[in-house]
Design a protein around this ligand. Structure first.
Ligand SMILES: CC(C)(COP(=O)(O)OP(=O)(O)OC[C@H]1O[C@@H](n2cnc3c(N)ncnc32)[C@H](O[C@H]2O[C@H](COP(=O)(O)OP(=O)(O)OP(=O)(O)O)[C@@H](O)[C@H]2O)[C@@H]1O)[C@@H](O)C(=O)NCCC(=O)NCCS
Ligand code: ADE
Length: 308
C-alpha cells in the first residue's frame, strides 16, 4: 500500500476503535454496559468491552487492506470472501472476553465499512458517508433473503427473531446501507452539534432516537415484541418531554436504565448503530442532493421564514 493509503488505513482503524470506545463510555445508556453499571448483563463489564475493543481493533486495518487489495472484485462477491476475516475477528473477540459476545454486530457493521473505505480509496472514490454506506449495501445485496429467508435450522438469535417476527437485524441494516443511521441518526447528530450541543449530549439524544425507532433484535430476543415495544414507547415519551437542562435528561436516562435492567432488556443493536453513527460522522457527507437532503433543507428554510 502507498504511504497515503497506509495513513488512511490507520485513520479508519482508529475511527472504528474510537467509535466503539465512545459508545462504551457514553453514560448512562439504558440497559447497556457503561461507566454507571453493566446494564442488563451479568456476564460482562466495562473491562470486558475494553478487552474486546483492544482485541478486535487491529482487524479493521485488515478489513481496509482487503478492500483496497480486492477493489476489482464485483461487490456481490465480496461478502463471502471477507466473512472468514470477520469470523477470525469474532474468534479474537471471544478469546479476549472468555466466550462472551460483546461486539459481533459491531464487527459486522464496522468491518464492512472498513472494507468499503479501502475499496473506495483504491477506486479513487470519495470517502464519504453515503459512498461507504451504498458500497456496503452492494456487498450485502440479497443477504436477508439468502441467509434468513431459507427454512433451515435457526442457529442464532437473529435467525430465530427473523423466523418468528420477520425482523432482519444487523443484516437488514447493512443491506439497506445503514438507512437508520443515514436518515435518522446522522441528521439529528449533525443538527445538535451545529446548534452547539456537546458530543455526549448529542449522542444521548441520538441513542434515544435509535431506541425509539430501531428494530433491535437483541430486545426481541430477550423480551419478545413486548420488550421492543416497551423500549420504543419509553424512549418516544422521553423525547416528547424533551427534558432540559442536561442534568434532567441524565436523571431520566438513569430511570430508563433501571427500568430496562429490571426487565433484562439490553439494546445491543442500537448501541452498535450509535457507534456506526459516530464512525460515519467523522467523514464528509456526499455533495449529492438526495431527496431527503432537499426535503430537510427546505424544511429548515421554511422554519426560518415562519419563525422570523
Ligand atoms: C451477520 C451476523 C453478524 C449476524 O449474526 P446473527 O445471526 O446473530 O444476527 P443478529 O442477531 O441480527 O445480529 C447480531 C448482532 O447484531 C446487532 N444487532 C441486533 N439488531 C440490530 C439492528 N437492528 N441493527 C444493527 N445491529 C443489530 C447485535 O449486536 C450487538 O449486541 C450484542 C451484545 O448484546 P447481547 O444482548 O449480549 O447479545 P447476545 O450475547 O447475543 O444476547 P444474550 O445471550 O446476552 O441475551 C453484540 O453482538 C453487539 O454487537 C446482535 O447481537 C453474523 O452472521 C456474521 O456474519 N458474523 C461474522 C462475519 C463478520 O462479522 N463479517 C465482517 C465483514 S463481512
Ligand atoms: N455498551 C454495550 N452494552 C451492551 N451491549 C452492547 N453492544 C454494543 N455495545 C454494548
Amino acid at each position: 500500500m502507498s504511504h497515503s493509503n497506509e495513513k488512511l488505513a490507520v485513520r479508519i482503524r482508529c475511527n472504528a476503535e474510537r467509535a466503539l470506545l465512545t459508545e462504551l463510555f457514553l453514560t448512562p445508556k439504558p440497559g447497556l454496559v457503561d461507566r454507571r453499571n453493566s446494564g442488563a448483563h451479568n456476564d460482562m463489564t466495562l473491562q470486558t468491552f475494553i478487552r474486546s475493543i483492544n482485541a478486535i481493533s487491529p482487524w479493521f486495518l485488515r478489513f481496509f487492506e482487503w478492500g483496497a487489495s480486492n477493489a476489482t472484485i464485483a461487490p456481490g462477491e465480496c461478502l463471502a470472501l471477507i466473512r472468514p476475516i470477520g469470523f477470525e475477528c469474532e474468534t479474537a473477540m471471544f478469546a479476549a472476553t472468555g466466550g462472551i459476545n460483546t461486539h459481533k454486530g459491531a464487527i459486522f457493521a464496522l468491518g464492512l465499512l472498513s472494507v468499503a473505505a479501502g475499496r473506495a480509496e483504491a477506486l479513487r472514490i470519495d470517502i464519504t458517508r453515503e459512498n461507504l454506506c451504498f458500497m456496503v449495501a452492494d456487498f450485502c445485496h440479497g443477504i436477508v433473503g439468502r441467509e434468513l429467508g431459507n427454512a433451515g435450522r435457526t442457529r442464532t438469535a437473529g435467525e430465530r427473531v427473523y423466523r418468528r417476527y420477520g425482523l432482519s437485524g444487523a443484516r437488514g441494516e447493512a443491506e439497506s446501507g445503514f438507512a437508520t443511521v443515514r436518515r435518522l441518526a446522522l441528521p439529528i447528530y449533525d443538527d445538535l452539534l451545529q446548534q452547539g450541543d456537546c458530543e455526549n449530549h448529542a449522542l444521548m439524544r441520538v441513542l434515544l432516537e435509535l431506541l425509539a425507532f430501531n428494530a433491535d433484535t437483541n430486545l426481541v430476543s430477550r423480551g419478545g415484541v413486548d420488550g421492543l415495544t416497551f423500549v420504543r414507547d419509553y424512549a418516544s415519551n422521553l423525547l416528547l418531554q424533551n427534558p432540559k437542562p442536561a442534568s434532567d435528561l441524565l436523571d431520566k436516562l438513569c430511570l430508563f436504565d433501571d427500568a430496562l435492567i429490571a426487565r433484562n432488556l439490553s439494546p445491543g443493536g442500537s448501541a452498535d448503530l450509535l457507534a456506526v453513527t459516530w464512525f460515519l460522522a467523522q467523514l464528509p457527507a456526499s455533495k449529492i442532493w438526495t431527496l431527503e437532503c432537499v426535503d430537510r433543507h427546505f424544511c429548515k428554510k421554511m422554519n426560518r421564514i415562519v419563525n422570523t
